[in-house]
Design a protein. Structure first.
Length: 93
């Protein structure tokens, strides 16, 4: 999950928090607390379950506290493709 640099008009950004939700199965859980780490804009989520939909929200932190959470960013966990024998060209134009 990647996010953009936060902008704070009244105080410098001091970090980011990333939350995870599993669709309609419950609330959001804090999966990354990046207070004091303003340069990390990426979180690698491992141990995903195939077939689940993962929803993420980000907060920007500053001296005044956390921002309003971002809109939901949704990702699906899929299996790696397999069973292909070879790739070939059918036609060109």
């Amino acid at each position: 999950m990647r996010w953009n640099v936060g902008v704070s008009l009244d105080s410098p950004v001091t970090g980011y928090r990333l939350y995870l939700g599993l669709g309609k199965k419950g609330g959001l859980l804090l999966v990354y607390d990046g207070i004091g780490n303003i340069n990390r804009l990426l979180y690698t989520h491992t141990g995903l379950t195939t077939g689940l939909i993962y929803e993420y929200k980000v907060e920007v932190l500053n001296f005044n506290g956390p921002s309003t959470q971002s809109d939901v960013s949704t990702r699906a966990s899929c299996e790696i493709s397999s069973g292909f024998n070879s790739v070939y060209q059918i036609s060109t134009s």
